[in-house]
Write a protein of this length. Structure first.
Length: 635
């Protein structure tokens, strides 16, 4: 039993420990947790369990935990009393009677035996009834914990950086979260509902055997229990690798199916249904192999456990029969020993499966723990300032250098200023760093060198959430939620009224198109907005940004999917929306930025040319003139 508890404790420490997060006075950079930090995180496992079982903010959960503890004790006391009561009944009928006083003894003893029988029945009924009521009460505690773990994981995912979400596998991630959450519930339920009651029952059985029939039977029971635990522990550790293989294959199946369905049209375009089916079949075969190994090793474990239990019961019964024949033990004692040993065998069998479940849950939770150990590389300063006032000032890039990897720099000593209330456009070839500027401005990343300031305040000392509320973005890839049109527009300002939504839709030149939809603003857009055209998605994204009404507006190819007429209408609307606001346009189509106060031409991560549209066109040899001439000739 000690081995089981130690194994469970190790699993809990590994699965529940979350590395502590520290917020320094300067900006944080991406780091890998050291072994020291992992160890310090492990020390918080008991605190995590305490929060789950004994939450300070939910007294009703505490009361239920206390009630569960009382029900466990009462249930096991009633269950242990059953063999003792049955022994008294058997011993009565096995005692010779005085023939001269048979009538009186029958009346007196019959009443006594009837009472014992009634008590026996009550004890047998009481134990499972209390156990079921205990399970009902604990379900409230367990569901509360599931909710806590799920909420913490969900919030943690939203806090992680863009770099994490760009490198994730969505299908695999969903399975890790699902199995990890269920694993947390399994471990908690195993500890409170099964392991603790089993420990209590074993202690009671050992005590009854020692007091009633002596040390020999207690030793046999203890040796059987120790052998059972040692066998279960070693075999379970051995077969854990098969579970890992099965989980790995399961993760790959989830990712492959999700990725294929997302790219359904691409599969069809290249007639690769059979190719995808063959790849999926290989993953299913790997899962099948791992599943068969898991099941065969489980059968070996179960059969070995039954052999150990049977050997212990047989040895105890043989010793008891010898003592009955020698007159040192009654038949009732034999019955009691048999019932007690079977009573020990039942929780041991159950404990074996529970221990396997803990090990399997630990395997499932390892990935979830790895996920929760990821820390955002960007966090606000401890003395961060509010962003409302600075966001009304100039945006300044001062010798900014940045690359997604140290060996591939995208921006090199980039410096420019966007005056407050003005519009600056940034153009350049693919890979020149245009979209990277938007990501740095929204502070998805921090510069590796140099700095960005707004209103004279460094960007990395502003309150992050407050700052982002003051920046509106229309991204190049307009991804919509799988909900209706109203929800996707209102996402820019969840407190907006229907009138506000319609006004934003009109400014984005999408209102009339929405009215023509079958369900109007209640029309579902499909996953990632696939039920809409590219232009419709882009205009909904524009309406969403308009509804946010932020003082800083970032447009990353905001009209790339629109026809010329719609683009002209939207540009007029954007001029109205952008009045008095600081705007940055990332543009490929140069006709959309002719009215910008300044145009920056990027090349190799630096500013190659700058000026107004007319100024840049005045030099026929400039990069901008070349880009303009090429686009005009194409159109």
């Amino acid at each position: 039993m000690l081995g089981v508890m130690l194994g469970a404790s190790r699993s809990i420490r590994r699965c529940w420990a979350l590395p502590s997060t520290s917020i320094s006075s300067t900006r944080l950079v991406s780091t890998t947790p050291s072994s020291k930090s992992e160890n310090s995180g492990s020390l918080t496992s008991y605190e995590q369990l305490k929060k789950s079982f004994w939450p300070a903010d939910r007294p009703h959960i505490r009361r239920k935990v206390v009630a569960v503890g009382g029900l466990i004790v009462c249930s096991k006391l009633a269950n242990t009393a059953v063999p003792l009561i049955f022994r008294e009944i058997i011993n009565y009928f096995n005692t010779p009677l005085d023939v001269e006083h048979i009538p009186q003894l029958v009346i007196l003893s019959g009443t006594t035996v009837a009472s014992w029988v009634l008590i026996y029945g009550a004890a047998r009924a009481l134990s499972p009834s209390l156990n079921e009521y205990k399970n009902t009460l604990f379900s409230v505690v367990a569901q509360s914990n599931i909710r806590t773990v799920s909420q913490r994981t969900y919030d943690h995912l939203l806090e992680l950086d863009l770099s994490f979400h760009q490198s994730r596998k969505t299908g695999q991630l969903s399975r890790v979260i699902d199995r990890g959450t269920r694993g947390a519930d399994s471990i908690l339920r195993a500890l409170v509902v099964n392991i603790v009651p089993t420990l209590l029952e074993l202690c009671l059985v050992f005590g009854v055997l020692w007091a009633s029939v002596g040390f020999e039977y207690t030793a046999i029971c203890g040796l059987t229990t120790a052998s059972y635990i040692a066998f279960t522990y070693n075999v379970t550790v051995w077969r854990t690798k098969f579970r890992k293989q099965m989980n790995k294959a399961d993760n790959e199946i989830g990712f492959k199916s999700f990725d294929t369905m997302i790219n359904y049209e691409t599969v069809k375009y290249f007639n690769n249904e059979k190719f995808e089916g063959a790849n999926y079949s290989k993953l299913l075969a790997a899962f099948e192999q791992g599943s068969l190994k898991t099941q065969s090793s489980l059968s070996l474990l179960n059969s070995g456990q039954q052999i150990i239990i049977t050997a212990g019961i047989t040895a105890s019964m043989y010793l008891a029969v010898q003592q009955i024949l020698s007159g040192n033990m009654s038949v009732g004692d034999l019955v009691m020993i048999n019932l007690l040993l079977i009573q020990v065998a039942q929780p041991l069998n159950f404990l074996g499966s529970i221990y396997r479940e803990i090990q399997q849950s630990h395997t499932d939770m390892r990935k979830l723990n790895d996920l929760l150990s990821n820390r955002p590389s960007l966090q606000e300063c401890s003395d961060a300032v509010t962003a409302a006032a600075p966001c009304r000032g100039d945006i300044v890039f001062n010798n900014v250098s940045f690359g997604y990897s140290p060996d591939k720099m995208i921006l090199r000593d980039l410096s420019f200023t966007v005056p407050s209330g003005k519009t600056v456009a940034i153009v350049g070839g693919s890979g020149s760093g245009k979209s990277t500027i938007v990501r740095l401005l929204y502070r998805f990343y921090d510069p590796l060198k140099g700095g960005i300031s707004i209103g004279g305040v460094p960007l990395n000392v502003l309150q992050l959430d407050d700052y982002r509320r003051n920046v509106g973005v229309v991204p190049q890839d307009c991804v919509l939620f799988n909900d209706n049109v109203r929800y996707n527009i209102q996402y820019g300002n969840t407190a907006a009224t229907q009138e506000d939504i319609i006004r934003a839709a009109k400014l984005a030149d999408i209102h009339e198109a929405i009215e023509a939809f079958p369900d109007g603003y209640d029309t579902l857009v499909g996953e990632r907005g696939q039920m809409l055209s590219g232009g419709e998605k882009q205009r909904i994204a524009l309406a969403r940004a308009v509804l946010k009404d932020a003082p800083i507006l970032l447009y990353d190819e905001a009209t790339s999917s629109l026809d010329s007429l719609t683009e002209h209408n939207i540009l007029e609307a954007l001029n109205t929306v952008s009045a008095g606001k600081t705007s940055i346009f990332i543009a490929h189509r140069l006709s959309t930025i002719m009215d910008a106060d300044e145009i920056l031409v990027l090349a190799n991560g630096s500013i190659a040319e700058r000026g107004t549209h007319k100024q840049l066109l005045s030099d026929p040899n400039s990069m901008y003139s070349d880009m303009w001439n090429q686009q005009m000739s194409t159109e």
